[in-house]
Design a protein around this ligand. Structure first.
Ligand code: PLP
Length: 350
């Protein structure tokens, strides 16, 4: 639903349920999920477990809850968790990992990715009298703060295989795994295969009003069930959400391709400005992160001016901006937004 001609590129979470999605929500059969009696959530859990090639899947209210429950499930307090630099778990969860699971993070690699060698040289072994044991490696695919970067699947497989050999669990923060799969022309199952536990979100590019899921073997998912309840995340007639999520997977997954094309158009246009630093070719999914040169206006200034012109974007830092394409912005709107941004960035200002 596009309102007031505003082009909202702040996030792919701003999408509103379409008329059709609202209809499936309205007619969804539901029950109390704490009795296992909600047929629609059961259907979604089976569907997602199947798509991800895992034994079981479990509803989570948000992606942050999925990440937090995953950490509780796969670590013990005092453990070390290896993650990519600037991962969601470190930057965007208000310190929850330290508060809830008592773990510390070691951030490695660059640009959202790391190699198996980076991983192996960062591990702290178990049983050492001084070092905190590394018990989990976490990969974020696609990587949000690095501009929707797709984690190379060969390297992910090598990292998970190396981790398994030394009893380190592997978790995939796949909030935008759908985008990675479309960009790589792979199935989500292929991308999820090497990991013990995987999360996916329905509230990002797929356009559902909320919800995420964890998928793994039955033993891990049973543990996660307890920590979900502990987090206050055990819901009741959650089939209303599940109906929207089933609709989202069936109708809005393959079309992510268009979001990626639109992001490429914006990135390509922005790259024309010598006040913008961006590697347009690296934009393969729906997130565009770009920097402004010294002589360009600051990010908050650009964000404010863009808002006056009806384009909403997000300042990631004093000179860094993020824009995200999604199903509520058309190719035409993205072209228009790029022109407006180029005008603001290129103009004289004081
Ligand atoms: C958005 C996001 C999350 C968190 O999802 P919420 O539903 O907003 O809590 C986790 N990981 C990544 C990579 C994300 O982009």
């Amino acid at each position: 639903m596009i309102q007031n001609n505003i082009i909202d590129l702040r996030s792919d979470t701003v999408t509103k349920p379409s008329k059709e999605m609202r209809e499936v929500i309205a007619s969804a059969p539901v029950g109390d999920d704490q009795f296992g009696e909600d047929p629609t959530i059961n259907l979604l859990q089976e569907k997602i477990a199947g798509m991800l090639g895992k034994e079981a899947a479990l509803w989570m209210a948000t992606g942050t809850m999925a990440n937090q429950v995953a950490l509780r499930t796969l670590t013990n307090p005092g453990d070390d968790v290896i993650v990519s630099r600037e991962s969601h778990a470190v930057w965007h969860e208000t310190g929850a990992a330290a508060a809830n699971s008592g773990v510390q993070f070691t951030e490695i690699g660059s640009n959202g990715i790391f190699s198996v060698d980076d991983f192996l040289s960062s591990i702290k072994p178990a049983g050492h009298i001084i070092l905190p044991p590394t018990t989990l490696v976490q990969i974020e695919n696609t990587h949000n703060r690095s501009g929707g970067i797709v984690f190379p699947s060969d390297e992910a497989a090598k990292i998970c295989a190396a981790a398994k050999k030394i009893n380190i669990s592997a978790y995939l923060d796949g909030a935008r795994l759908w985008n990675a799969a479309v960009a790589e022309n792979k199935t989500v199952k292929e991308l999820a295969e090497p990991f013990d536990l995987v999360s996916v979100a329905f509230s990002k590019g797929l356009g559902a009003p909320g919800g995420s899921m964890l998928a793994g073997n039955k033993e891990i998912i049973n543990k996660a069930l307890r920590y979900r309840r502990m987090s206050g995340g055990a819901m009741r007639q959650v089939g209303l959400f599940a109906a929207a999520c089933i609709y989202a997977v069936d109708n809005n997954f393959k079309r992510l391709e268009q979001d990626h094309i639109n992001a490429g158009i914006i990135a390509g246009r922005l790259a024309e400005s010598d006040r913008v630093v961006i590697d347009a070719k690296s934009v393969k999914t729906n997130i565009i992160v770009f920097s402004l040169t010294e002589d360009a206006p600051d990010a908050p200034f650009v964000v404010e001016r863009a808002k006056e012109k009806g384009v909403l974007i997000f300042a990631f830092g004093s000179k860094t901006i993020r824009a995200v394409t999604h199903l509520d912005v058309t190719e035409e709107m993205c072209k228009k937004a790029a022109d407006i941004l180029l005008n603001i960035i290129g103009a004289e200002y004081s």
